[in-house]
Design a protein around this ligand. Structure first.
Ligand SMILES: Nc1nc2c(c(=O)[nH]1)N[C@H]1C(S)=C(S)[C@@H](COP(=O)(O)O)O[C@H]1N2
Ligand SMILES: [Mo]
Length: 249
């Protein structure tokens, strides 16, 4: 029996196969990924046990419709991961650095008031902060603190059509992603303006990241330049390459 350290990535093809077979369009659950990223898989049996547990988890998730009141776990300051890991589809050195004074958040689609928002006006909206876990499909997770405006408050303020199906995001690095409206309105979804890391560090998404603790990392856009509301699924950078679109709990 093989006894070597492996990561989630090593089992990706197999997980994808099983995922297709068992869950069809249902997501690989965030809970299961948290488990996976928090432990070392030592052998094939361990993987089988995990995949079996995951399939049960997903069956339960499938039995219930998305519950917009279900909360992601909250952590303490003592749990913060430092340094916080950086991730993007490119190397850290190429992360965009945005001029906060010149920045305007653009709005489009099914939104009544589309005037662009300067950073200082976003800062003038009600602010909250929360410590949650970011879970990346690549097999790691990290606990960080994000502060900002509850996204629901922002959507209401701009007159977004909250009966529409999707909210899409465009980013300064040409990244994009999109989420379902119930997740956009989830009480823990934040238009984040404060990030993990040292003061002044910009690579975690300055000036705006949409932080959705009920979704996998790749559904949490950094360096957001435009938000739009639509009834046509906008897909996204990874979504268009085949990643599960919902990817949340
Ligand atoms: N604009 C942008 N946002 C992005 C990405 C990216 O490449 N560009 N990568 C995503 C992925 S895969 C992850 S895991 C998280 C990583 O966020 P962090 O750098 O704050 O850890 O950002 C997400 N948001
Ligand atoms: Mo990720």
């Amino acid at each position: 029996m093989k006894r070597h350290k492996t990561s989630l990535a090593d089992f990706r093809p197999r997980i994808e196969r099983i995922e297709r077979r068992l869950f069809l369009k249902q997501s690989l659950s965030l809970g299961a990924l948290t488990m996976l990223s928090g432990c070392t898989l030592k052998d094939d049996d361990a993987v089988d046990r995990l995949l079996f547990a995951m399939s049960r988890f997903n069956d339960a998730a499938q039995a219930a419709l998305f519950n917009p009141t279900k909360l992601a776990p909250i952590y303490a300051e003592a749990d913060l991961t430092t340094p916080f890991p950086f991730n993007a589809y490119y190397d850290e050195a190429f992360a965009p650095v945005i001029d906060g004074d010149a920045y305007r958040l653009q709005l489009s689609g099914l939104i009544e008031r589309k005037r662009p928002w300067p950073l200082r006006e976003l800062r003038a909206l009600p602010q909250v902060s929360q410590i949650t876990r970011l879970v990346c499909v690549e097999g790691w997770s990290a606990i960080g603190k994000w502060g900002g405006v509850p996204f629901r408050i922002f959507l209401e303020r701009i007159g977004a059509d909250t009966s529409a199906r999707y909210v899409g995001f465009r980013c300064a690095d040409n990244y994009s992603t999109s989420i379902d409206m119930p997740s956009a309105l989830h009480p823990q979804t934040l238009l984040a303006l404060d990030f993990p890391g040292r003061p002044g560090e910009t690579k975690y998404g300055f000036p705006v990241k949409v932080r959705i603790p009920t979704k996998l990392g790749f559904k949490n856009p950094k360096f957001v330049t435009e938000i739009f509301v639509t009834n046509d699924n906008p897909g996204g950078y990874w979504e268009d390459k085949g990643y599960n679109w919902f990817s949340g709990s």
